[in-house]
Ligand binder design. Sequence first.
Ligand code: NDP
Ligand code: 8X3
Length: 251
Amino acid sequence: MTTKTAWITGATSGFGAAAVERFVAGGWRVIASGRRAERLQKLVDAYGADQVHACAFDIRDEAALRAAIDTLPPAFAGIDLLVNNAGLALGTAPAQQADLAQWRQMIDTNVTALATITHLLLPRLIERRGAIVNISSIAGSYPYRGGNVYGGTKAFVTQFSHNLRVDLHGTGVRVSSIEPGMAETEFTLVRTGGDQAASDQLYAGAHPITAGDIAEAIWWIANLPPHLNINRLEIMPTSQSAAGLQVARDR
Ligand code: NDP
Ligand code: 8X3
């Protein structure tokens, strides 16, 4: 059996780092990308340069992305799977008090960069009859206070996934959207600007999804028989459920 290659974005922590570990354990080669070069280097040190190729760059930087693609070592140049995982939420303020720069960063990362890397890798994915797994979120389906632009970016990811499937009809390329609920990673630390206490408090006693749970879901989707496509997979911790509409009343 030929060794398969996955490009996992956002490989320096959380879901992405766990996915690198899962795919390497399963015998795949992995291109691991993210901004924090030292964390990527640790993956190369742990698993070896034959199995992990590190690409340290900001995914919003199109020139850096193109250079990373153009300089892939030959063994990593054919791509069977793109895991579009790099992303973030910034802030929890309601729209009327939110920071416009944070909105732009979320759009640039979660939407523009995700679409750009997908576009640039499509020829290679079509050549290999490969797969795309996009990491969306329940925030794209269920509105909540302070979810404003973050939820909007994830609604894009979900619908982009469905539309990609239609355009790729007949190519053999599979496209999936995974929509996790509350998961304990560095996500809340990033969202709150480094507030570890807020992050700990959010997850305390909630038995949230783990990064390993999502890595396992990505692995399962990617290794299904070629005639099966998971269109969307919504996963919540048992402790989380959707609740409600609100009513503002005259006083
Ligand atoms: P983490 O913060 O642990 O990981 C986010 C990853 O994205 C990091 O590896 C980070 O790498 C990378 N990233 C962020 N911005 C950039 C950038 N500009 N360029 C390159 N890489 C970038 O969070 P999660 O693992 O939880 O998040 C992974 C995905 O899952 C995100 O898309 C998130 O929206 C989504 N998600 C998370 C949920 C949760 O509750 N945790 C639930 C549903 C979806 P680096 O900083 O090194 O660049
Ligand atoms: C992360 C899940 O509910 O915190 O996408 O927005 S949530």
